[in-house]
Structure formats: C-alpha cells, structure tokens
Design a binder for this molecule. Structure first.
Ligand code: JD8
Length: 385
C-alpha cells in the first residue's frame, strides 16, 4: 500500500516513522510519503489560506495549492481521505475497507477547513472519503490521519505478527475488550481472577466473553444493541434496535399515546399500558426483549416479546398514532415473530375485544382467538410454522 499525506505540518506525521508503520516501511511493505502543502504555494510567503467568502471567523485553505498537490500526486483512481469533524465516523469496519485500497492520499486541513471546491474537484478524479475520528474538535486533520493510518496499516496482510489476534479485538466482533492481567498473581492486595489461573480454557473463554459482554452493555449500549436501518410502512431509513434503559421515557410516553385508541374502543377496560408507571416500563425492559423503531431519531414504534413455556408472547406493539395505517404495526409484528428463539413453537398476544382494527390485523397475520384472558380481553395465538 502507498500512503501520501499532504499537510502544512509534516513533522506531525513523524510518528509514522516509528512502531508498526516504521517497521513495515523498512520491510518495504508500506510506502508512506509526507508532503508539505506549501511547496505548491508559489508566492513569497507560500500562502495557503485566505479569508472566507461570506465572512466569519478564521481563514480557509486556498484551492490552488491543493489542486497542484492532487495533480503532482496523480491521485486519479486513488482514495483521497479528507479528515474533518463533519466526516463519516471512522470505525473498524471503515479501517478494514480502507485497508483494501492500493493507494490512500490523506488531505490534512487546518484553519477553518479546505475550500469545498477542492473536494468537489477531487471527486471527479478519485474516491473521496470525508472521515471523522470522533465528535470532538481538533485544530487540524493530522492527528486523525495518524490514527486512521495506524488502524489501517495494522490490518494489512503480514503486518501483525499474529493475525489471529486481530480477530479477537475490540470492535472486531462488536464487543469491547475483556480485562487482561499478567504476573504477579497478587499485587498490592489485588489478585488475578482465579478462573485465569486454573488452566481451564473453556472456562477462561466463557469468563472473558462474559466480561466483554458486560463491559459493552455498560459502556457502549450502542454497540451492545446494534441498529439496523430498515424500510417499512413506506418510510425509509428507519432505525431498529434492541431497547435500552435510555429508551424508557420515550416508550412510556409513546405507549400512553398509543393506548388511548384502545381505551376508546374498550370503554371501562383496565388497560395496563395506560396504568403503568415509568418504573414499570423499566422493569419491562428487564423482563421482555424490547425493540424500538426510530425515524430520524424519533421513536415511532416498538414491540416486545418473551418466551413462556415454549410460546413467544408478543406485546406492547405500538405505532405513533400519526403514523398509523401505513402497515408499520404489521411490520413490527412480523419482526417480533422473527425474533422468537428457536425453541418457540407458537405465538401469543392479547388485545381488547373491542379493538376491531387490531383484531383484523392479527387475524390477517394468522392469529386466532384462543379465549378470554379476562372479561373484555381476548387471548390470540397461532402455531409457529
Ligand atoms: C480536520 C481544520 C479545525 C474544524 C474550526 C477548529 C477529524 N474528529 C475531528 N475533530 N476535528 C477534526 C478536524 C479539525 C480540523 C480539520 C479535522 C481541519 N480543523 C477546524 C472545524 C471548526 N476548526 C477531526 N478528523
């Protein structure tokens, strides 16, 4: 792989000469070249910035030096990585993707950024990826180029002594690292967990996995509950994922709004969804596998399921009232059924006897009335095909 880095602070990239990239370079496995942008600014002061059109604070990087840099580096067909706080998030998946490229050209900006026309121009010649390493503001793109280069280079074949270790890493399998220990077994009164000293590899692997899952759930619920982007009810880019405690308030509010129609359809019926407290919703998240559906961040639907005696009970199926009638409920019901564990042999749910609309949807989905849970509340069920 060849990596070019264009910057007004070349020394910032000196660390690339150290450690991994340095060794790879020495082995000729990696060709890293750092270029000072000012060589393509031909006035006496090698000026690379100017005031922003439209006014505002700070300076903007001029297009001409960048244009000459792209020409000189012949970026046609390469992948130009522009590090910027407004870029796509840098992830292990993106690192794996960039590691497949022959050439990466990092454009490291400074000041308020690079004139947008440089990126628009580059897109006509090369793949351009605007990438951010995190939701905080740095003063320039060099640190990000360093981080991305390290994350990519270590994935290149033959770089890491022990490729197997790559597989086990954080973010590789969506889990954070488990805690690690080395000698001495006891230090300042703190002991290494016994399981690691016992030599039982299966137990060690189980303990490590459990630790990784716990850490991920505690520290990165967004990783523990990955989001799927789905289309349903004529709506695109919907985000579906397992609910976390952080969703409880919105769930409580949505269910309060969604069960008003059920109350109107079943006068006098005591409806748990309308009587539950926020604490009850939190408790429900512990007892049920609950999914939340969001449209551009807004909670628009939810459903949950749990296994009881081989039957997958579906509950709290809700769609924001302003979005009803689009088939989102049917979609969520089907999704909840698909989430049933292998040992589930049947599905069950309950609804108000007066909820004709719900009953029509459930019967269309194959459910049949199995009896009354209590006066005015019907039990429905169907076998799992
Ligand atoms: C490139 C100029 C500074 C940014 C005005 C401060 C990446 N995750 C990240 N945070 N910050 C950057 C980054 C910041 C940069 C440049 C990357 C070029 N700046 C600007 C906008 C606000 N100053 C980054 N990757």
């Amino acid at each position: 792989m060849r990596i070019d880095v264009v910057t007004i602070f070349p020394a910032y990239l000196d660390p690339l000469g150290l450690s991994l990239a340095g060794k790879a370079r020495d082995k000729g496995l990696l060709d890293i070249r750092v270029h000072d942008l000012r060589q393509w600014a031909h006035d006496r002061h090698h000026t690379v910035d100017d005031t922003p059109y439209g006014g505002g604070a700070g300076m903007v990087m001029k297009p001409e030096p960048w244009g000459e840099a792209l020409d000189a580096l012949d970026v046609d067909g390469a992948t130009v990585v522009v590090t910027t706080p407004s870029g796509e998030p840098f992830t292990q998946a993106l690192a794996r993707d960039l590691a497949t490229r022959e050439r990466l050209v990092f454009a490291c900006g400074r000041y308020e950024g690079i004139d947008q026309r440089v990126l628009d121009h580059a897109r006509g010649r090369a793949e351009v990826r605007e990438v951010s390493i995190g939701d905080y503001v740095l003063n320039g793109g060099e640190v990000a180029a360093l981080a991305i280069t390290e994350a990519v280079v270590r994935l290149l074949p033959g770089f890491m002594g022990n490729a197997a270790s790559l597989v086990e890493e954080s973010h590789e399998d969506g889990l954070l690292e488990y805690p690690v220990y080395t000698k001495p077994a006891s230090w300042r009164g703190l002991d290494v967990p016994d399981v690691l000293l016992g030599g039982n590899h299966a137990a060690i692997a189980a303990w490590r996995h459990d630790q990784a899952v716990r850490r991920t759930a505690e520290r990165r619920p967004d990783l523990a509950h990955p989001t799927a982007t789905v289309s349903a009810g004529g709506l695109d880019a919907l985000e579906l994922r397992l609910a976390t405690r952080a969703d409880a308030g919105e769930l409580y509010t949505l269910q309060r709004s969604c069960w008003v129609a059920e109350a109107q359809a079943n006068p006098g019926l005591s409806i748990p969804a309308l009587l539950e407290t926020l604490d009850d919703v939190h408790a429900g998240l512990e007892e049920w596998r609950t999914f939340v559906l969001r449209a551009h961040g807004r909670l628009v639907g939810s459903v949950r399921g749990r296994l009881e005696d081989g039957t997958w009970h579906v509950g709290r199926l809700m769609v924001a009232p302003d979005l009803s009638g689009r088939g989102l409920g049917r979609w969520l019901l089907a999704y909840a059924e698909s989430a049933a564990p292998a040992e589930a042999t049947a599905y069950a749910l309950v609804t108000g006897a007066g909820s004709e609309r719900n009953l029509r949807m459930y019967k269309k989905a194959g459910y049949r009335v199995r009896g009354e849970l209590e006066p005015g509340v019907l039990r429905l069920g169907k076998p799992r095909r």
